[in-house]
Design a protein around this ligand. Structure first.
Ligand code: 3NM
Length: 221
């Protein structure tokens, strides 16, 4: 049973390239519009990250995002395991100061995806041991989007972390068109760009750009 679930999750996560994280504070057209355009552009994983809304509003919005993602994209929720349970999302993305992965796993069950933010090789090894399905590594470059993210780690950090674990590595933080090649060249399985996407006038065009470049670099490896 666990082996079957594990392979389903690892299959889903192998399929991802560009990873959308929402940000209603930065978004030009609103979170629902961003998610709709992302999924229509071929984005296969969406994380609902909302810091300014009530739980009630979050449950309503998350239900709508789940409907938009449907079978087309994996739908994760940042931090809020209660909201993920309420809407039966595909999983959660949590940080080092949130609930431990083992506890989140007990609440969510084996079938759900759990991603954990890490900053180095040691945290990544612990994340894998604890049962995380992927790690988010960041910030790769300096970013103003997350005030407490710290200094950019540099894209070479991806290679170092990647070589220590088997689960996918998702790169995040300060990633734009201009620097995304180095992120994929250093072995990231997927990448997140928040401001590069949600602040843009054309979310679809920007996501297609990222997906094309990721495919091109991965293919030439
Ligand atoms: N987490 P942008 S950096 C949400 O390092 C988040 O864990 C980070 O936004 C981490 O693409 C970050 O606009 C913000 O730089 C990323």
């Amino acid at each position: 049973m666990i082996a079957k679930n594990f392979s389903r999750k690892s299959f889903l996560l192998k399929e991802i390239d560009f990873y959308l994280v929402t940000d209603s504070g930065l978004s030009k057209k609103g979170t629902l519009s961003d998610v709709r355009e992302a999924v229509e552009s071929g984005c296969r994983i969406v994380q609902y990250r909302e810091k300014n809304k009530s739980t009630k509003e979050m449950v309503e919005e998350a239900s709508e995002i789940k409907r938009i993602c449907s079978s087309r994209a994996i739908f994760l929720i940042n931090d809020r395991i209660d909201v993920a349970l309420a809407v039966d999302a595909d999983g959660v993305h949590i940080g080092q100061d949130d609930m431990p992965v083992e506890t989140a796993r007990k609440l969510l069950g084996e079938e759900k995806i759990i991603g954990l933010s890490v900053q180095d090789r040691e945290e990544a090894i612990l994340a894998e041991k604890a049962g995380a399905d992927y790690v988010g590594l960041g910030p790769i470059f300096n970013t103003a989007t997350k005030k407490d993210a710290g200094e950019g780690l540099g894209p070479e950090k991806i290679r170092e972390v990647k070589s220590a674990i088997k689960i996918p590595v998702v790169a995040i933080g300060g990633i734009y068109k201009e620097n995304c090649e180095s992120v994929i060249q250093n072995g990231a399985d997927s990448l997140v760009a928040i401001s590069a996407i949600v602040c843009s006038d054309d979310v679809k065009r920007e996501i297609k750009f990222f997906i094309d470049i990721i495919h091109r670099i991965k293919k030439s490896d």
